[in-house]
Write a protein that binds this ligand. Structure first.
Ligand SMILES: NC(=O)c1ccc[n+]([C@@H]2O[C@H](COP(=O)([O-])OP(=O)(O)OC[C@H]3O[C@@H](n4cnc5c(N)ncnc54)[C@H](O)[C@@H]3O)[C@@H](O)[C@H]2O)c1
Length: 420
């Protein structure tokens, strides 16, 4: 019999995961029930998975009122609702839950979920998708083999991409730390998770500097208007012009933007008029200098670990492309990762280009493998949770990110993790 999976939150992430379940695992898994606060989302998605009316829910409360109706649950709502919904899921009796990151921006909340998961024997997996990719898996494997000796330091950069940063962290869902979380947690809990995974030692101290340097009123060009399509005089030379980014650019700055029409309009299928309307009057058409964003557009975090290793994370919103750099320096050699490319240098030896296998755009490969790992656990094909991003592992990345924010707000003062 097929395993049943229910999904709460039918936006970009929820539907992507559902797509992978259907495409790669339909012989083992069926989408059983759906929940979203938007009727439109249910109407768009339910027919694709043949989910009948009585298994469509418009609130988590209605969904949980039915008790445990599936073997597993995916929670892919926006950040601020993760804690409440995940807590309810555990208390209702779900034993396997896939929860989107970040878990919460409040330490008491994510540690409570960790404790509840422990007490109730729940496997609560957080979607740190990068860990599951071949690329980062290969890095971990090389480190674990001892080839580069002991890690001395890690230098990791998350180049968010200027158009991506504007989309998500200036105009979009993650622009306000009070309705979502600080950008260092929202964007970089993945990066911090990777660093902590590579170093494999408890973090003892954190310090951080950063700011919202550019996307603020002081930098608005002359003639800027609150909406790009509202008569802005600086439109032509502005790389953030929403009309260009979302409507007229024939090449799409990135595939990423192309798939964002649903985010702009809230509908799965869109006409050009829908998109134009959304850009004229919606959040994604706003001037990046005159919006109500407050999260940092650049931040540096330094970390010191118990084994003596150190790390620096540099998050910035200004690169031409979206890509990560990861330079891991060991006592015997180094790994140099740039985008999809990876080189291994052994000191006194040869330099090797490492083949990291098939890499589709963005972190899609990690997403696919995360879902495969989830299905294996769901179907009882493995009980090995080593390297699975359970809530136990996630607490580390969230602690470091929040400690970094505390440090940044205190002028870069060192935060000792034992006091955090
Ligand atoms: N793991 C990753 O790499 C990664 C990447 C991007 C986003 N995310 C995270 O995934 C989550 C979802 O992001 P998204 O881009 O899919 O967002 P989205 O806005 O596209 O989708 C969220 C969906 O949840 C629904 N929703 C909101 N509140 C709800 C509630 N209380 N009950 C039921 N449904 C509710 C919304 O109507 C929407 O359909 C976010 O927390 C985000 O930070 C993770």
């Amino acid at each position: 019999m097929k395993k049943k999976v229910s999904v709460i939150g039918l936006g970009n992430r929820g539907t992507e995961y559902m797509g992978f379940l259907k495409y790669f695992h339909s012989s083992k898994v069926e989408i059983y029930a759906l929940c979203d606060i938007r009727r439109q989302a249910l109407d768009d998605i339910a027919p694709k998975y043949s989910v009948p009316e009585d298994r469509q829910f418009m609130s988590p409360a209605d969904f949980f009122a039915r008790g445990v109706i599936s073997d597993a649950l995916i929670i892919a709502t926006q950040d601020a609702s993760h804690y409440e919904i995940a807590k309810q899921a555990i208390l209702t009796g779900y034993k396997l839950i896939l929860l989107e990151k970040p878990v919460s921006g409040v330490k008491a909340e994510y540690t409570e979920l960790r404790d509840l998961a422990r007490e109730n024997n729940v496997i609560l997996i957080i979607c740190h998708v990068l860990r599951y990719s071949n690329y980062y898996g290969k890095i971990k494997q090389i480190i674990s083999s001892g080839a580069i000796g002991d890690i001395v330091t890690v230098n990791h950069t998350e180049n968010v991409g200027y158009f991506h940063f504007a989309h998500s962290f200036v105009r979009g869902n993650w622009r306000d730390e009070f309705t979502s979380t600080p950008s260092i947690l929202a964007k970089c809990c993945h990066d911090i998770d990777l660093i902590a995974w590579f170093v494999n030692s408890p973090c003892v101290s954190v310090s951080s500097v950063g700011s919202l340097k550019y996307f603020c009123k002081d930098n608005a060009p002359e003639g800027a208007t609150p909406w790009c399509m509202g008569g802005c005089k600086a439109k032509k030379s502005c790389p953030y012009d929403a009309e260009k980014l979302y409507i007229t650019d024939p090449f799409w700055k990135a595939k990423f933007i192309k798939y964002m029409k649903r985010t702009l309009t809230g509908k799965a299928k869109n006409t050009k008029a829908d998109v134009v309307n959304a850009v004229k009057t919606g959040d994604y058409g706003r001037c990046v200098f005159l919006a109500d964003n407050n999260v940092c557009d650049n931040q540096l975090v330094t970390m010191v670990f118990e084994n003596g290793a150190s790390a620096v994370l540099n998050m910035n919103g200004f690169s031409h492309k979206m890509f990560r750099e990861c330079h891991i320096i060991g006592t015997k050699g180094e790994l140099v990762g740039y985008g999809n490319k990876l080189k291994l240098h052994i000191f006194g030896g040869k330099t090797k280009k490492i083949n990291t296998g098939f890499i589709p755009s963005g972190h899609v490969e990690g997403d696919i493998r995360l879902i495969s790992g989830f299905v294996k656990i769901l179907c009882g094909e493995t009980s090995d949770l080593t390297d699975i991003t359970t809530i136990e592992a996630t607490v580390t990345s969230h602690d470091i990110a929040l400690a970094a924010e505390q440090s940044r707000k205190n002028g870069g003062a060192q935060v000792l993790m034992q006091n955090f």
